[in-house]
Design a binder for this molecule. Sequence first.
Ligand code: SAM
Length: 245
Amino acid sequence: MKFVFVTLFPEQIQAAAGHSMLKRGLDAGLIEMECVNPRDFSMDRHHSVDDAPFGGGVGMVLKPEPVVEAIRAAKAKAPGAPVIAMSPGGVTFRQELAETWAREETGLIFVCGHYEGFDERIYHWVDRKVSIGDFVLTGGELPALMIMDAVSRFVPGVLGKLASAEEDSFSSGLLEYPQYTRPVVFEGMEVPEVLRNGNHKLIALWRRKQALKATLLLRPDMLPAEPDKQDAKLLKEIREELEAD
Ligand SMILES: C[S@@+](CC[C@H](N)C(=O)[O-])C[C@H]1O[C@@H](n2cnc3c(N)ncnc32)[C@H](O)[C@@H]1O
C-alpha cells in the first residue's frame, strides 16, 4: 500500500511516520510513503501557493495551479489511487473505510489543505472529500496521517503477529471489552477471576458481555438492531444488573 501526501509540510509527515508500527511497516516495505510539495510546482519567483480570496474575507486560499500540478505528480507516483482531499466538510472517516481501502486499494493520495482551504476548482481533481470529525484543524496533515495509520493497521504484517485489527473496537461491531495485564492486584483493584482461570469458553462469553455492556453504556447506537439469542440474553442480564446497581 502506497500513501502519497500532497503537502506543504512534508517534514510533519515524515516526523510522524518515523515511529512505532508505521516505521516498522515502512522499514519492512509493507507500506510506502511519499510526499509531493505544491510549492515545488509554484510558477512565481516567490514560490507562493496561496492568495487572497475573491470577494474578500480573512485568510488565504490555496491556489489551483501548484496544487493541481502536485496532484498530477502524486498520481504518477501511485497510478489508480483515489485522490482524497482532507476537508472538514467531507464524509466522516470511519473504521469501515479503513478496512475497505486496505483491502481494495493499492495506494491512497491525500491532499492536505492549509490556511482557509482550497480554491474550489481543485476539487475537480479529487475523488472524495474526507473529514476526521466535526472540528477544524490548521491543516490536513494530521487528518491524513491518522487515516494512514488506521488503514496501515489492516495491511497484513504491519501489526505483526501480536495484534489483530479485526478484534478492535468498531471492527468487531462493538466497542472492545476491558483488557488487563499483570499484576493481578493493583491499588486494591483485582483482575476479574474469569480471565485467570484458563476456561476459554467462559472467557469468550465474559468478553462478549463486557463488549456489549461498554457499547450499551457508551455507544448504544452501535448495538445490533436484532441481536442473536446469546447477545439478547446477555443484554437482558446487563440491563438487569445495571438496574439493580
Ligand atoms: C483551517 S482548515 C480550513 C477550514 C475551511 N475554511 C472550512 O471552514 O471548512 C485548513 C485545512 O485543514 C484540513 N482540515 C481541518 N480540519 C479538518 C478535519 N476535521 N478533517 C479533515 N481535514 C481537516 C483541511 O485540509 C483544510 O483545508
